[in-house]
Design a protein around this ligand. Structure first.
Ligand SMILES: Nc1ncnc2c1ncn2[C@@H]1O[C@H](COP(=O)(O)OP(=O)(O)OP(=O)(O)O)[C@@H](O)[C@H]1O
Ligand SMILES: [Mg+2]
Length: 230
C-alpha cells in the first residue's frame, strides 16, 4: 500500500526546508525516498546550480530519526566515527591523522570534548551533535535531518537549530529537516512542506502557517504556534 500519494514539491537549493505533519503522515518515508531507500514511482530530480551534467548530489548527509544500531555498543565517539569514515579495520587502531580529522569535524559542532566518551553514555543532545558531525563528512550538497533535535531541552534546541542555520549559510548546503517544533520551524526554515496522510496539503514560506492552515494539517489545533510566536 502506498504511503505517499501525489506528492509534488520543490526543495530550493541552498535553503532550509522543514517537513511538518502528524505522526505517521509520511515525513520519514519522504526523506527515505530521497535517499532511494524505499521504492517509489514518479520522479525525484535534482537540479544542480553549477553543473547540469551531474544532477544527483555528490553526497547526501543524513541524520536518521532512530538509530538502527544499539547505542550501547561498547564504542567511543572517535571509534564510531572512524568506522564510518576510515576504510580500515578498527583493530588496527585509529591513526593520529584520523583522530585529528575527527576532532576537526567535532569542533564546529562544539562536540570536540566528547571524542573519547562512550557512545552509550552520551546524552540525547550530545548524540545528535555527533550524528550531525558524521553527516557533514564528506561535505554534503544535501542534508536530510529527521527530527534532529528531538528530546533536546529548549536551550540546547535553540542552539542546535542555530548550528544548522550556520551550517546552511556557511556551507551553502541544502537542508531538509523534519520537526515538530513549530516555533523553530517558523524561525529557521525558509520553506515549509506540510504532510498529511501521505499528501502535501500546503507548502510555502513559514508565514503561511496561520492557525487555520495548522488546523488543516494537524486537525484540532490548540494554538501552540501562536503561543510560541508571542
Ligand atoms: N517500511 C514500512 N512498511 C510499511 N509501512 C511503513 C513502513 N515505514 C513506514 N510505514 C508506515 O507509513 C506511515 C508513515 O510513516 P513515516 O515513518 O513516514 O511517518 P512520519 O511522518 O515520519 O511519522 P513520525 O512523526 O511518527 O516520525 C506510517 O503509517 C507507517 O506505519
Ligand atoms: Mg518520522
Amino acid at each position: 500500500m502506498p504511503i505517499l500519494r501525489g506528492v509534488s514539491a520543490e526543495i530550493q537549493r541552498g535553503r532550509i526546508t522543514a517537513l511538518i505533519g502528524l505522526n505517521g503522515s509520511g515525513k520519514t518515508t519522504l526523506l527515505r525516498a530521497i535517499l532511494k531507500e524505499v521504492p517509489y514511482t514518479g520522479r525525484i530530480s535534482f537540479y544542480c546550480g553549477h553543473d547540469h551534467s551531474q544532477p544527483t548530489p555528490q553526497h547526501i548527509g543524513y541524520v536518521p530519526q532512530r538509530l538502527l544500531f544499539d547505542p550501547n555498543l561498547p564504542l567511543t565517539v572517535v571509534e564510531l566515527m572512524a568506522l564510518a569514515l576510515e576504510r580500515r579495520p578498527l583493530f588496527l587502531g585509529i591513526s593520529r591523522r584520523a583522530r585529528e580529522r575527527i576532532a576537526d569535524l567535532l569542533k564546529p559542532i562544539k562536540a570536540e570534548h566528547l571524542i573519547d566518551q562512550s557512545v552509550g553514555a552520551l546524552s540525547g543532545g550530545e548524540l545528535q551533535r555527533v550524528l550531525l558531525a558524521m553527516a557533514l563528512e564528506p561535505d554534503p550538497e544535501l542534508l536530510l535531518l529527521d527530527e534532529p533535535a528531538a528530546g533536546i531541552d529548549f536551550h540546547s534546541e535553540n542552539e542546535f537549530y542555530g548550528l544548522i542555520d550556520q551550517i546552511n549559510r556557511t556551507r551553502n548546503v541544502t537542508v531538509v529537516l523534519v520537526s515538530h517544533e513549530l516555533s523553530m520551524v517558523s524561525r529557521f526554515a525558509h520553506h515549509v512542506l506540510c504532510l498529511k496522510d501521505g499528501r502535501i496539503p500546503c507548502q510555502g514560506a513559514p508565514q503561511m502557517l496561520t492557525p487555520d492552515k495548522l488546523a488543516e494539517v494537524f486537525g484540532q489545533f490548540k494554538g501552540v504556534y501562536e503561543h510560541h510566536r508571542h
